[in-house]
Design a protein around this ligand. Structure first.
Ligand code: GDP
Ligand code: MG
Length: 332
């Protein structure tokens, strides 16, 4: 539950809470979650709108909040979300809702933006409330409505050759009220991530851990395996086709010899799309299957066998019922 104006945790006390990671598509939210948790939970691709559901990743650790202070032990439950974007289909409306509604019931929000790649005027750089980019404005409004503390992380600073370009961005954002801290980071290089976690830890309420220390995520192996298949589709299919795909894990058989046999189906919207997913002589679906199998084996830490099929669910991205049936439904 949100807690405002909580006193900073006393030295030695344990804190625990939840943080929603919000931002437009492709700013690196999933990459950051994986980096913080140290495991690949959320799939990542160069294409926007790869993430469709919320995914929880649990961080446990002990950090001194200020230099010289006694370290604070704590747990942060991070919630990765689909990017906030102007919705074009029924599916993307679900995704934006899934992202913004995460604000209900968390203790703090981490908003992620990208560092500018060149000199100003850079995208994502506000000069006043009026010119605040639409997406970020929507996020900030929700955060303020929910009266939550928020931290801003400026990601991908590794791409910035001239680091002085960061300064005006940080200055511009710091003139805006809501952020408790602004932290430049690189999720891929790991730069600034500890500082970021420290800032967030300072916002967490006192209390015992929400998950036991071995738990990394709330998602099942079955869900994560389906996501790894979807990641391969996002990496290999072009144009709009990735957005027309969903993956259903139909069968999951743990065998006595310690391996797993998985049957999964790639759903597409049209017969012509199925042709592309299967590929010439079945080449595409074989490649996707082989790459996914390797990733799933790594995830599970035991051998996986994957039988992958393709199937048409006509216009499923516009059908609320099919969208829900394919695993995209609001949870409580
Ligand atoms: P999301 O849509 O916000 O979850 O973004 P992803 O985590 O899927 O990342 C989108 C793309 O940005 C991927 O190609 C990532 O490899 C890339 N990316 C993420 N973080 C960084 C970073 O710190 N530096 C650079 N150069 N690329 C990054
Ligand atoms: Mg993502």
């Amino acid at each position: 539950m949100p807690q405002q104006d909580a006193a900073p945790p006393a030295a030695g006390a344990s804190v625990a809470g939840t943080v929603a990671i919000l931002g437009r598509p492709n700013v690196g939210k999933s990459t950051l979650l994986n980096r913080i948790v140290g495991e690949k939970l959320a799939i990542v691709s160069p294409k926007p709108q790869t993430t469709r559901n919320r995914i929880v990743g649990v961080w446990n650790g002990t950090i001194a909040l200020t230099t010289g202070a006694a370290p604070v032990k704590g747990q942060i439950v991070f919630v990765d979300t689909p990017g906030v974007h102007p919705p074009r289909s029924e599916l993307s409306r679900f995704m934006v809702r899934e992202a913004l509604d995460t604000v209900e019931g968390v203790d703090a929000v981490l908003m992620l933006i990208e560092a500018p790649q060149g000199p100003a005027p850079a995208s994502g750089m506000p000069r006043g409330a009026a010119s605040l980019p639409e997406i970020e404005r929507r996020i900030i409004e929700r955060v303020q409505e929910a009266r939550l503390p928020a931290v801003l992380a400026v990601n991908k600073v590794d791409r910035l050759k001239d680091k002085s370009l960061l300064l005006p961005v940080i200055q511009a954002w710091s003139q805006r009220d809501p952020f408790k801290a602004i932290v430049p980071i690189s999720a891929t290089a790991g730069v600034g991530v500890v500082d970021l976690v420290r800032e967030l830890l300072g916002l967490m309420p006192k209390g015992p851990p929400l998950y036991d220390e071995e738990t990394v995520t709330d998602r099942s192996e079955r869900f994560l395996a389906g996501e790894l298949i979807r990641e391969q589709l996002f990496l290999r299919l072009r144009n709009e086709l990735p957005y027309a795909t969903a993956v259903v894990v139909d069968n999951w058989e743990e065998r006595p010899q310690g391996d797993v046999v998985i049957d999964a189906t790639v759903m597409v919207e049209r017969e012509s799309q199925k042709g592309i997913v299967v590929g010439k002589g079945g080449q595409m679906i074989r490649d996707v299957g082989m790459a996914s199998r390797e990733e799933i084996t790594r995830l599970l830490g035991r051998p996986a066998h994957l039988r992958l099929h393709a199937k048409v669910a006509p216009d499923w991205t516009e059908s609320p019922e099919l969208i829900a049936r394919l695993g995209y439904k609001q949870e409580d």
